[in-house]
Design a protein around this ligand. Sequence first.
Ligand SMILES: *Cc1c(COP(=O)(O)O)cnc(C)c1O
Length: 241
Amino acid sequence: MLYFKASAHRSIMTTISANLQAVLARIDAAARQYGRDPRDVALLAVSKTWPADCVRDAAAAGQQAFGENYVQEGLEKIAGLRMCGLEWHFIGPLQSNKTRPVAENFDWVHSIDRLKIAERLSEQRPESLPPLSVCLQVNVSGEATKSGASPAEAPALASAIARLPRLRLRGLMAIPEPVETLSAQRLPFRRLRELYEQLQADGLAMDTLSMGMSHDLEAAIAEGATLVRVGTAIFGERNYA
Ligand SMILES: *Cc1c(COP(=O)(O)O)cnc(C)c1O
């Protein structure tokens, strides 16, 4: 019994490590293809639905930053892996009654789409921790998706968030609708990058364009992503059952 468990675990670990190397190679190749420095594109490993052991395996293979979508699940992994010194990013929809544990335990939040959430996170961020790094989520796919601020409201919202004392506005995030071709994938990412550049020109200091996932990270890197959020290509297909 022990033998089978151990060997099964060893093969999962090998798979995660190999997948991670393959994703890093994709990032590297895309960055070079589009004339960018691969070191300017960070990898966030999205570990939602995967147990802490999988995170531990990815960490052993060198991955430092992990993304979670569900508050309770994320908190359990953060607590269980406290000694690993990992960086935790909250990337899922956030309700206002769940902001406190996020402010107290995560390093980043990518999914801020309204001021009320940002204000609560700022109020609840403990003084003993550095300011919480945040991204404003923008809906660049139009009516197809519902989450994220509209591009029209983004400038005022970003300025208001940037003024909150216990937050540090790092940039913008988007989750475009899945589409097939590279050129179609690039369009919403280009919209997000243009908005990002406009806000920078207006005087907001930001360093993060959080865009691109397993199926479209090349298109995101082509359009200037500085952080790609990758789950499936590292850990495998998720089972939500
Ligand atoms: C699940 C998720 C990802 C990762 O998606 P994959 O297709 O598994 O790479 C990235 N960003 C967000 C916000 C997610 O919810």
